[in-house]
Design a protein around this ligand. Structure first.
Ligand code: IMP
Length: 435
């Protein structure tokens, strides 16, 4: 079985959690490479809804090893709480989750900084999840950050916290705000956390190398998505990590030659939370309809997601950048009631046509979508289990998206349950999805 990377092709919330959960039986290891508890992967199991923020959904499969790579920022309290939740459902987190010794630790002052920064920006705020993700990556880039290997030693915790505190308090003074971080409690909490996770801390790059050499297949799981990638997304309205396929290499220490294939996850329409350009956004009842039928409210913050039609420029950009060989198209059933379904095939910027995403976000904000209309199928699809059970118009819509993006569509999701999925067995990449 090849090693496959799963990458979000839009602005996140494409339904990666469900797809990872669905195809995990084809892999021995699920390794997450970026982000923190800003992610929210919703998985429905036997009618029970579970939202995972840090732990890969592979944890819900016996015998699958889950890995948190060094590209992550890990909030100890969030990891502890989530571990307890998953364990309460009967899954063995202690036995099946390992953590990179090089991952960074997200601390209470990161959260305070995130909120301060958003408040200061006012209407120019990014709409972050407020979890401290950006400031933690800032400390990492500034080479002040605390890593998982540091929390294993009390004197290292104290030394790192002292430096971080000095920097944080200087910032607070500069902005004329007071800080109420309890640093000595933070140090004690970190010591306890370090003791709890010590048996599960590993050199992840070495571990993955050994496992792949022994023939075990790895699913590389990305959080967030390509248009939120720090380098390739709609900067500055992005997250602070490498959410595209490059993150596999940097965030897990896996060489590119070990990535055998890349599967893009793309929603049948487009959503975004937070601020930043979204050319196909619908601010009318059509957008409201997508939001209500699709349950488009943030899994992490509960914020209503901004909704719009499928944007082929975005999906094509992601496919090129990540080398998608197939895309899993999710939430097709949300379109079941529509008479007509527009697809954005390009943009109009003033008097010019654009077929790619401009670097300048102010230009992107001004881009207007050029639509082609597809006929709706106006019939429920969630019961379909075979490709031929999908209505002809739905298959036309899927084919059109595949053609515009330039990749095949091996899987379509038509509901939140694992069963509510259809695989196109005639595609080459369908072979990636089943053992
Ligand atoms: P941050 O990652 O909390 O710094 O937020 C930066 C931007 O990324 C904001 O627009 C967030 O709404 C967005 N974002 C972060 N994580 C996710 C996610 O898992 N899904 C969708 N958007 C996200």
């Amino acid at each position: 079985m090849p090693n496959i990377a799963i990458i979000g092709g839009q602005w996140g919330d494409e339904g990666k959690g469900k797809i990872v959960d669905l195809i995990t039986p084809a892999f021995e290891i699920v390794a997450r490479f970026n982000g923190g508890h800003n992610a929210g992967h919703t998985v429905i199991r036997a009618g029970t809804k579970l939202v995972l923020h840090l732990i890969p959904s592979g944890i819900l499969h016996d015998g699958v090893l889950c890995v948190l790579g060094h590209g992550l920022v890990i909030d100890p309290a969030a990891l502890d709480a989530e571990s307890r939740e998953v364990e309460a459902l009967g899954f063995d987190v202690a036995a099946n989750l390992v953590i990179s010794d090089r991952a960074h630790v997200l601390l209470p002052h990161h959260r305070a900084l995130d909120l301060m920064s958003e408040e200061r920006k006012g209407s120019a705020r990014l709409g972050t999840t407020g979890r401290g993700i950006g400031p933690c990556y800032e400390d990492k880039a500034a080479r002040r950050g605390m890593r998982i290997s540091d929390v294993l030693l009390r004197d290292r915790i104290d030394a790192k916290l002292a430096a971080l505190r000095e920097h944080f308090e200087a910032l607070c003074r500069g902005h004329g705000v007071s800080s109420d971080i309890d640093w000595s409690k933070t140090a004690d909490d970190l010591e306890g956390f370090g003791a709890r996770i010590a048996p599960r801390v590993r050199d992840i790059a070495a571990l993955l190398h050994r496992q792949m050499t022994d023939g075990y297949a790895v699913l590389f799981e990305g959080a967030q998505a390509t248009l939120l990638d720090l380098d390739h997304g709609t900067y500055p309205f992005v997250t602070s990590s490498s959410a595209g396929v490059g993150g596999v290499v940097t965030g897990l220490g896996v060489p590119p030659s070990k990535i055998d294939g890349v599967l893009g996850i793309v929603k049948a329409y487009t959503t975004r939370v937070g601020t930043g350009p979204l050319p196909t956004e619908l601010k009318d009842e059509a957008g409201e309809g997508l939001r209500e039928r699709g349950g488009e409210y943030g899994a992490t913050t509960g914020r209503p997601r901004r909704c719009g039609w499928f944007d082929a420029v975005v999906a094509r950009y992601s496919a090129r950048l990540n080398g998608f060989e197939g895309i899993a198209l999710t939430k097709l059933d949300v379109l079941d009631t529509l008479e007509e379904i527009p697809i954005c095939v390009g943009y109009r910027y003033r008097n010019t046509r654009l077929d790619d995403i401009p670097a300048d976000v102010t230009i992107y904000e001004e881009c207007k979508p050029i639509y082609e209309n597809m006929k709706g199928w106006k019939t429920p699809t969630s019961h379909a289990r075979e490709w031929r059970e999908l209505p002809q118009e739905a298959r036309d819509y899927i084919r059109k998206i595949g053609d515009l993006v330039g990749v095949e569509v091996p899987l379509v999701s038509i509901g939140p349950d694992r069963d509510e999925s259809v695989i196109d067995e005639s595609t080459r990449t369908a072979g990636w999805l089943r053992r």
